[in-house]
Design a protein around this ligand. Structure first.
Ligand SMILES: NC(=O)c1ccc[n+]([C@@H]2O[C@H](COP(=O)([O-])OP(=O)(O)OC[C@H]3O[C@@H](n4cnc5c(N)ncnc54)[C@H](O)[C@@H]3O)[C@@H](O)[C@H]2O)c1
Length: 246
């Protein structure tokens, strides 16, 4: 049980990678607080039936007021927070020449600003404990851009990677580690709109010759938040089947 007694806050854990992380962490003894857009009754019921400790707080992660309220409510219920996973994101395909100002700000709000809001609201508790971990779910597109993803998606992920490094430096004196994972080609709803041709093209560019599973991202996430990674901070781990080796 690598996370026994740890309290984890996760954004957007209702499906895909976030859901896999929530289940994996819970199976390692963590209690999970979902900051969820909508009620996630079935997931909570399933987790409780497995003996996992989990709650969901309906939160608008693009509003600092809403995030702060959610964090206070978790503290009231559980008294402490140990780990934050900034996972929620909105994928966008709008090319630069068609990008509206509204869409730009919307994606930035979800993919970057929300991570800042959650970190800011939780940090006083981590600092008080002189212990804590923040894990950001970035993307390979942060490192190499992308033809299909909108520039705001790749830019928001690039900023998240840089935020990871800056927070890692500034928070190290408080024994708070900040890391990221950069997935690529993971089987979730984000890639489900691909045509068969696109899927084949993606797979052919991956040395391991297949798409990844959300659980494979969860394994790297678990390593990074656990004590096994106690001397790792400011790092971004690629989870991409060898697509990008840097
Ligand atoms: N699937 C991939 O290949 C891949 C590749 C690189 C990075 N990622 C990253 O992994 C993370 C999880 O993505 P996924 O692949 O599981 O996709 P997904 O579409 O299955 O999940 C996205 C999550 O974000 C949440 N979300 C979206 N908009 C939100 C909003 N406005 N408020 C609150 N929550 C919101 C959703 O509810 C969902 O839980 C994201 O940060 C994504 O950028 C995924």
């Amino acid at each position: 049980m690598r996370l026994k007694g740890k309290t984890v806050v996760i954004t957007g854990g209702n499906k895909g990678i976030g859901k896999a992380i929530a289940y994996r962490f819970a199976s390692e003894g963590a209690r999970i607080a979902f900051l969820a857009r909508r009620p996630i009754v079935e997931i909570l019921a399933d987790m409780h039936s497995r003996g996992f400790d989990a709650i969901a707080i309906q939160t608008r992660i693009t509003s600092y007021v809403s995030v702060e309220k959610a964090i206070k409510s978790i503290i009231e219920q559980w008294g402490t927070i140990d780990i934050l996973v900034n996972n929620a994101a909105s994928f966008s395909r709008e090319p630069m020449l068609e990008m509206t100002l509204e869409a730009w700000h919307q994606v930035l709000d979800i993919n970057l600003n929300a991570a800042f809001y959650c970190s800011k609201a939780i940090l006083p508790y981590l600092v008080k404990n002189k212990n804590g971990v923040i894990l950001n779910i970035s993307s390979v597109t942060a490192k190499c851009g992308d033809n299909e993803a909108a520039p705001i998606y790749t830019t928001s992920k690039g900023a998240l990677t840089t935020l990871t490094k800056s927070l890692a430096r500034q928070l190290a004196p408080y024994n708070i580690r900040v890391n990221a994972v950069a997935p690529h080609a993971i089987v979730t709803q984000m890639g489900s709109e691909w045509t068969e041709d696109k899927r084949k093209q993606v797979v052919s560019s991956i040395p391991l010759g297949r798409m990844g599973e959300p659980e494979e991202v969860a394994s790297s996430a678990l390593f990074l938040v656990s004590d096994e990674a106690s001397f790792i901070t400011g790092e971004t781990i690629n989870v991409n089947g060898g697509y990008l080796m840097d």
